[in-house]
Design a protein around this ligand. Structure first.
Ligand code: TYC
Length: 118
C-alpha cells in the first residue's frame, strides 16, 4: 500500500469517532439531570402589637430589602395577615427566621416568622 492509499484507507475510521452519527447524538441524547435545591419561603405573620417601624427595620436589616419595598411589604402583611420576606435554600431560610424571632424576642415584640417549602 502506498502512503497516500494508507491515509485514505484509514481516514474513514479516524474521523468517524462518533460511529457515523455525525453529531446527531447531541440532538437526541437524554437531558442531563441537574439537582436543584428545594427552596423555602420565609413568611412574616401579622400581629396587633409589633410596631410597623420595627417590621420595616427587620425587612431592611435581615432581608436586605430597600426601604420603599420594606414599607410596602409590611403594609401588605398588615392588611392580609401574611407575606413573603424572601425565598432561600433551607439553611439560609431557617437562619433568617431564627434571626427575626431572636431580635423580636429581645425587643419583647410578638412578631412571628415561619418557613414553608416554596
Ligand atoms: N399590625 C401591626 C401594627 O398595626 C404591624 C405589623 C405588620 C406587625 C407586619 C407584624 O408582620 C407584621 N402595629
Amino acid at each position: 500500500m502506498t502512503l497516500s492509499a494508507d491515509i485514505f484507507a484509514n481516514s474513514g475510521d479516524e474521523f468517524e469517532q462518533d460511529g457515523g452519527d455525525l453529531g446527531t447524538s447531541v440532538l437526541t441524547r437524554e437531558k442531563e439531570k441537574v439537582a436543584r435545591a428545594p427552596m423555602y419561603k420565609v413568611l412574616l405573620l401579622n400581629d396587633d402589637y409589633t410596631p410597623m417601624e420595627f417590621v420595616v427595620a427587620i425587612l431592611e436589616q435581615v432581608f436586605r430589602m430597600p426601604r420603599d419595598q420594606a414599607i410596602s411589604l409590611m403594609l401588605d402583611v398588615h392588611r392580609t395577615g401574611v407575606g413573603v420576606a424572601g425565598v432561600y435554600v433551607h439553611e439560609i431560610a431557617e437562619t433568617k427566621a431564627e434571626q427575626v424571632l431572636r431580635i423580636a424576642r429581645n425587643h419583647e415584640h410578638p412578631l412571628q416568622c415561619v418557613i414553608e417549602e416554596d
